[in-house]
Design a protein. Structure first.
Length: 304
């Protein structure tokens, strides 16, 4: 895989390290695919009404919204506490919950791309603190809203805020009698993010439509799940070109992920995943990426 530092866009960014901080602030890579507990399970019933989702991912490069924020391998642990609100269910509302959490990205070297690494905790590139609510409608639609505060203990970028809205549809039931593989779904969703308080630049609106082709692989009671995302990123002012313009189209992303439950009888909520992401940025944008970028990833996710 070619290193992002070899791309023309990365060279421009390295020549001006402040550009990464002022124009391309970091954003949670984990939410490129959303929290599994929020998107796939909504606010699923829990005997104690409180559930804790935790885990970590390892990625060979930190890319988010079609922009490279570190060309070094990153460990990205997270935790979300979710409280179910069954008393709000009724009529069109079939489930509801609130949640708070934190997500992190940590490198064992400087992040690269000319960014600083001299804060209180060098190598701790990013911490995202978030809180929000999720509502399920008619057992199929889920609307989730959240507030984010992005911080960098390594002082690699200056803090800012995001307001996020995700609308997703559970289409699993549409395919059950079609002869398609077990568990087949497209999982369409739209993610909208409005930046607020962005240092050194105008706040941007980011929109990401996505479908994820999913299906179960293998026979038996504990199959693997195969997922192939198809996503694109658009924005009014988030992406920047060398000529000073702001292209509306940022990237196309696909890839493949396999996930499964290695201990179905003793730890049924523990999931392990692995795969690759393929990023194809708009060649006009200053993204720090090559024309084609391959990112390998491994993940561990556990809901208590």
């Amino acid at each position: 895989m070619k290193r992002a530092l070899l791309s023309i866009a990365a060279s421009l960014i390295i020549a001006n390290p402040a550009y990464c901080q002022a124009v391309l602030p970091a954003e949670s890579a984990q939410y490129a695919d959303a929290l599994p507990a929020l998107e796939n399970q909504a606010s699923a019933s829990h005997p104690d009404r409180i559930s804790v989702n935790m885990g970590t991912s390892f990625v060979t490069q930190y890319i988010s919204r079609g922009v490279s924020f570190s060309d070094q391998p990153s460990v990205q642990p997270y935790v979300t506490v979710q409280v179910a609100l069954p008393e709000l269910a009724g009529g069109a509302i079939t489930d509801a919950s609130v949640f708070v959490g934190a997500w992190n990205s940590i490198q064992f070297a400087e992040p690269g791309l000319g960014q600083a690494n001299d804060g209180a905790i060098p190598g701790w590139y990013e911490t995202d603190l978030y809180a929000g609510a999720s509502v399920e409608l008619a057992d199929t639609w889920t609307v989730s809203g959240a507030y984010y505060r992005y911080l960098s203990p390594a002082d690699s970028f200056r803090g800012y805020n995001d307001l996020e809205l995700i609308v997703s549809y559970d289409d699993t039931g549409l395919w059950e009698r079609t002869g398609l593989p077990n568990g087949f779904s497209l999982s369409p969703r739209v993610r909208m993010v409005q930046e607020t308080g962005k240092p050194g630049g105008a706040d941007a609106l980011y929109i990401e439509p996505r479908i994820t082709v999913g299906m179960n692989v293998g026979d038996g009671d504990n199959p693997l799940h195969l997922a192939i995302p198809l996503a694109a990123g658009f924005s009014d002012t988030y992406y920047h070109a060398a000529d000073g313009s702001t292209p509306a189209f940022g990237f196309f992303r696909t890839g493949v992920t396999l996930s499964g439950t290695p201990l179905p009888h003793t730890a049924s909520s523990l999931r392990v995943s692995g795969g690759i992401d393929l990023w194809f940025p708009n060649g006009e944008t200053l993204s720090g990426l090559d024309s084609t970028n391959i990112v390998a990833k491994l993940g561990l996710d556990w809901t208590l």
